[in-house]
Structure formats: C-alpha cells, structure tokens
Design a protein around this ligand. Structure first.
Ligand SMILES: [Zn+2]
Ligand SMILES: [Zn+2]
Length: 51
C-alpha cells in the first residue's frame, strides 16, 4: 500500500485519489475525506486551484 499526502488537508493517507495538475502535470493527491467534502485543492508546484 502506498501512502500519499493530501494536498488539501496535509494528512498522509492510503485512501486517496490522484490525478495530474492540468497546468504543470504534477501529481495531485486528495484524501477520500476531502474528495467527499468537495474541499478545494491547490497545486503545490504551480499554485493552480480548482476553486
Ligand atoms: Zn485531505
Ligand atoms: Zn500545477
């Protein structure tokens, strides 16, 4: 199992979804909690946000 750090809440989690930033293609990781709540994310590399 791989542990990743959620970009929204900063928690390390194994229950996450990941996708690429549309701008810089950095991997974006969101934990299931933040995904379910619809919490906005910010790319840690380029600062792009979906919110
Ligand atoms: Zn989270
Ligand atoms: Zn980015």
């Amino acid at each position: 199992m791989v542990t990743k750090r959620c970009v929204t809440c900063g928690r390390e989690t194994t229950d996450y979804v990941s996708f690429k930033c549309p701008v810089c293609e950095e991997e974006i990781v969101r934990c299931e909690t933040c995904r379910a709540k619809g919490n906005p994310w910010v790319c840690p590399t380029c600062g792009y946000t979906d919110g």
